[in-house]
Design a protein around this ligand. Structure first.
Ligand code: PMP
Length: 313
């Protein structure tokens, strides 16, 4: 990817990607003491518009992650929203876009800690490239366990915690799978390496509750909302056994990058008939319609990059 033409927000202003430097000894890099977000912008050609999805929810989680790490953000949620919109405008983003805000401990010295260290934050937008194969995933249960909240809180999107995800993802891919499912320390289902997980059994939707060492996914919450409101489904948030993965009729992942992505097999056991199940399909269709601006009742989920500034296109 050619990053040289990208404008980023860093050090309190807009600058070229190449001009925004981070020193080698920076704490966030050395110790993983940072947090980040992943935000999706859907380009809708007919409207000539970039729709940023659940922008405020992402920045609310960002602020929570920062608070947990005692990083002070120096910007309000409204300001972060405005900066992001302006950043997309300045980059003239006219394709599906992924926005990556991150905040980190910015001291350049040796000595791991959170206190007494200056903070920094930046936002980088890049063109979106599909993350997982939407035609169905072959997944395995990882030999790595999900980090427990008593070690470092997974509900915060902490940079250093992604070592856990990277170990699980690479193990899965190098063993011939597409993705990993991590269990918690106590053996219950937590989530994928970068996705929340849902199961369907006898028409009921199950997903691990937020105390199961999962990231409190923005898409997870969105799917729970539309499943309940639009499809009238019963949703149960509780701890889930590994065996329930194998017994489920449908299994799917949710995430900003992946949207809704169905799982075709788990540990070589076919889920349903291996293709996308009816409930997953309905949710996926609905979600896709919402994020591309075709469900007026869900306008509130979307920030219109160009219309919001009255920019003529
Ligand atoms: N779990 C983890 C570990 C993740 O990295 C992500 C991606 N942010 C998710 C779940 C899904 O969260 P969201 O729907 O907010 O993208």
């Amino acid at each position: 990817m050619d990053l040289s033409s990208i404008t980023v927000y860093a050090e309190g202003g807009f600058r070229r990607y190449e001009d925004a430097k981070v020193g080698l000894l920076t704490h966030g890099l050395q110790y993983g003491t940072g947090c980040f977000e992943g935000i999706r912008g859907y380009w809708v050609q007919e409207e000539r518009e970039l729709l940023l999805v659940l922008l405020r929810d992402h920045f609310e989680r960002f602020a929570t992650s920062a608070k947990i790490l005692t990083i002070s953000l120096s910007k309000s949620i409204d300001e972060l929203v405005d900066i992001t919109v302006e950043l997309c405008q300045r980059n003239n983003c006219r394709t599906d876009t992924y926005v990556r805000p991150f905040a980190y401990k910015a001291a350049e010295d040796v000595g791991v800690r959170l206190h007494g260290v200056p903070d920094a934050f930046a936002i980088v937008p890049i063109p979106f490239t599909p993350y997982l194969d939407p035609s169905g995933l072959h997944v395995c249960v990882s030999s790595w366990r999900r980090t427990d909240d008593t070690m470092a809180p997974p509900r915060a999107k902490i940079t250093g915690l992604y070592v856990n995800s990277a170990l699980a993802k690479s193990e899965a891919v190098q063993n011939g799978y597409d993705e990993a499912i991590l269990l918690s320390h106590d053996g219950h289902v937590a989530e994928g390496s970068a996705e929340n997980i849902f199961l369907v059994r006898k028409g009921v939707l199950y997903t691990p509750d937020p105390s199961q060492n999962v990231l409190e996914g923005v898409t997870r919450r969105a799917i729970i909302d539309i499943a309940r409101r639009e499809l009238g489904l019963e949703i149960v948030e509780r701890s889930i056994d590994r065996g329930e993965l194998y017994a489920a009729e449908e299994v799917f992942f949710t995430g900003t990058a992946v949207g809704i992505c169905h799982v075709s097999s788990i540990d070589r056991r076919i889920v349903g008939n291996g293709t996308i199940g009816p409930i997953t399909q309905s949710l996926s269709n609905l979600y896709q319609r919402i994020v591309t601006g075709r469900e007026p009742r869900y306008e509130g989920w979307l920030t219109r990059t160009y219309a919001s500034a009255g920019v003529k296109v």
